[in-house]
Every structure is written in C-alpha cells, then in structure tokens.
Design a protein. Sequence first.
Length: 311
Amino acid sequence: MQDERLAHGITVVDTGFVRPQFDAAYLLVQDGRAAVIDTGTNAAVPRILAALAAAGLRPADVDWVIPTHIHLDHAGGAGLLMQHLPQARLAVHARGARHMVDPSQLMAGVRAVYGDEVVQRDYGELVPVPAERVVAADDGLVLHLAKRPLRLLDTPGHARHHLCVWDEASGGCFTGDTLGVSYREFHDARWHYALPSSSPVQYDPVALRSSVARLLSLHPAQAFVTHYGAIAQVQEQAAMVLRQSDAMAALAQRLRDADDFDARLRDGLREIYLAEARACRVGLADAEILQLLESDVELNAQGLAIWVGRA
C-alpha cells in the first residue's frame, strides 16, 4: 500500500502486517529530523526505511524510535530498525525497557499465546537493542524532535507497559491501542466503528477508562491509532470503545464460573461487536464484519479469560 502523508510532517506507513491498512507505523519529520512511532514487525523495516527516503531523509536523521508498547505488532521490528538508524534512541515504557534489551522472556510469552509456527511466520525473532540506546520512559517524559515536543503519557488498560504520545504541533495523540482499533473497513465517510483490544495479558478495564479520560482531557483534534490511521472522531471513538469494554468485562464476569466459559464468551463478544457495528450503520454484511473481527474475538477472549482468572 502507498504511504499516506498527513499534515504536520506525519506519514502513515503501512507495515504490511496481516493485511493492507491493518497495522501502522508513523514517521514524524520536523526540521530535517525524524522519529518513528510504532514499528510493526521485522518485515516492516524496509517499508519504514523507504518512507524515510521518500521524505528526503537518511537513516542518520532519525533521533527517536518510540513503540507505544511492546506487543510485537507495535515493537517487534524495533531492534532490527535500530540497527539501521545509527543516531536513534529507543524510548519505551519503563516496564517494557528490559524486554527490548533482552527479548527472550517476551518471545517466550508470545510463543505461549500464538505458538511457534505463527511466531515464525508473522513475527520472527526480536533483535535486542543495546542498553545504552534505550530510554526507559516514565510518565510525562518530554522528548524533543528538533524543537518539537513529544510528551509520553503512561496509559495502562490495554497493557501496563503502554504509552501514548501527545504531539502538541498537530494537536493529536498517537494512541497505540488505548483508543481501541478501527480498521479502515470500519471508518470512512459513511460510518465509523471501533472496538477495544483486551488481548493478553494485562487488560484492565478500570485502568483503561482512566487512561481514555486522561487523553480526552487534552482535547485532541485527532488520534493516530495503530490499527489504523488518523481518526477525527476522537470523542465518538472513545465513548464507543469504553461502552464495549464495559460490556466485555461484565460478560466475562457473568460467565466466570460457567463450564462452557470459552465458547459462550466468544459468542457473547461477537454479539457485542455486531450490535455496536449495526448501531454505527456499518454497511457490511454480518459475516464480513465477523470475518474482519475474528482475530480480535479470539485475542480479546484470551485477555478477558486471564483478567477473570479463567486462563
């Protein structure tokens, strides 16, 4: 897919993960310097380098690589990318920094969720980042891209190692998965649908509600979500995501002691998502909506099971 150039020096780079316009990395350019927010997997590295060249910049012009969190569709390519960027530093949540330096435990966790075959096919092996190039970011840390401030916000809910990046220049926030996912099939001029991501292993609906409220307090004009692209309907998406997150949590708690917990949970998630998509007037058939969301149903169910202690 062709990269999408936005205002304020922001380019949406399609990482190619899963399908076109499913997983984004963002290239920010300011006064000849660059930052990359989220990286996709190892396979995305050539795409990011190509976007950098298309912007007229060299690898040495990149100052920062900033994964919003260390799930592999957001940070899996960080180590390999850093090998190509001689001046860049990696800024990552303090809870995730050690996993970027030594990814062995992270890779073991990913294999436990997906299995060896899927990991090798979709992700590959994480490349370690030298410790001296890693900045363990605490809440409120301000990085500077040239003179452009980027403020890192601790935003748990989807994961305890999640950061959002507030960009005052664009009036926008790079939200990773905190504002959920809104695939391109679900947001256009006719409809807008988004859903939460409770994928394993640290989903916390109470923390998510607080993190979303914090983002909204900044009055963002737009949100840059990893799945996928720039969203102008920030308040609408936030309300939609929290409404479904509450319903998901209530469903998992209600079914917690059921013998057929797994099947009923997945069926209940499909009902929640279809009902919301219908309320949003998504112009796709139910079967098409469920096909697009099937991986989310599976991962969200796994995360909810862990949250209620049924894993």
